[in-house]
Design a protein around this ligand. Structure first.
Ligand code: VAH
Length: 317
């Protein structure tokens, strides 16, 4: 059975629903410190759980005979800068709990997401390589870089089967953005439909690696289904689908909503974005476990607008 920790979050919630489709509702236990969507709460088992509660998590694993854990709980880049020690404790304590349970053979397989935030200003910014210099300047990035080191250590030292990928900015419409620096690329779609204009907190030329949620969910499930011997990178795989700037995203939206307008008022998140790569080389993931993205900027824009129109009309019913 599968346990998702952080199941009410942006990725966790869609991952839980997709895994329930694939494995059956009762075989996917969702847990989070806060309740999730109606659909998440009612479609299968849900447990209120703090990701740093070691005993609580050990009890869940026992209670449901869990074999696979997806640890999706974390504090993201922008929020983490406001409370560094709280972010460090959440992001690291939750990982140690799961790695140690796997070392004690109480869990068979672990998924833990890293992020392009592990790269810093000294990292080559174009087509950032799988192995390169990493001097992250954000609390979130430092926690993800450290987490990668620990995942590789537990794999090499104790044979823990933990798999990881460095998510780029993930774009989705089913949940509201959660404290990330790439969230402008989600907010912009809500505003394009609600007010027809958006003020971007990143400047127009800031290119960042991005991916539509469907591709991120597919990659996550694919790497977990891949035979262990093919998962050669046990720190974390580079992963990407596209890169775009706020200006390019606005142009893509204008193709669907001609009267849409954007202006730019960079805030503290500009410095975070400036420390990250503008594009990623994910050839290792494509070679080792056949990673292949499906959504490009045009398809992402259409999917986001359609999805939001649908959820707005449901809201207004
Ligand atoms: C963030 N969405 O902005 C996350 C992600 C690469 C970006 O880590 O913090």
């Amino acid at each position: 059975k599968i346990l998702i920790i952080g199941a009410s979050g942006q990725i966790g919630s869609e991952l839980a629903l997709r895994l329930r489709e694939l494995h059956g509702n009762e075989n996917v236990i969702a847990s989070d410190i806060k309740e999730g969507s109606e659909e998440l709460m009612t479609s299968g088992p849900f447990e209120i759980m703090d990701a740093t509660d070691g005993d609580g998590i050990a009890n869940l694993i026992e209670k449901y005979s869990i074999t696979d854990v997806y640890l999706m709980a974390a504090m993201l880049s922008a929020t983490a800068e406001k409370m560094p020690m709280k972010a460090w404790n959440l992001n690291m304590d939750s990982l140690f709990i799961i790695l140690n349970l796997a070392k004690e053979k109480k869990i068979k397989k672990v998924f833990w997401p890293s992020s392009i935030a592990v790269f810093g200003p000294s990292t080559p910014r174009q087509d950032t390589p799988q192995t390169t210099i990493m001097e992250p300047t954000t609390v979130y990035g430092i926690s993800k870089q450290t987490g990668e080191r620990w995942c590789e250590y537990f794999f090499n030292k104790f044979g823990v089967d933990v798999r990881s990928m460095r998510y780029p900015g993930i774009i989705s419409y089913k949940t509201l953005p959660g404290g990330g620096t790439t969230d402008y690329a989600i907010e912009i779609f809500h505003e394009a439909l609600r007010s027809g204009k958006y003020t971007s907190f990143l400047n127009e030329e800031t290119a960042l690696p991005m991916m539509y949620m469907k591709d991120a969910i597919k990659a996550t499930i694919d790497i977990m289904n891949e035979p262990a011997e093919n998962v050669k990178v046990r720190s974390s795989y580079n992963l990407s689908a596209m890169s775009f700037t706020p200006k390019e995203l606005a142009e893509a939206i204008k193709k669907e909503i001609p009267e849409f307008e954007i202006d730019y008022k960079p805030d503290f998140r500009q410095a975070i974005a400036d420390s990250w790569p503008s594009s990623i080389d994910d050839s290792a993931a494509r070679a080792d476990w056949n990673w292949e993205h499906e959504y490009d900027l045009k398809k992402l824009t259409q999917a986001m607008l359609e999805g939001l129109k649908e959820s707005f009309s449901l809201e207004n019913k």
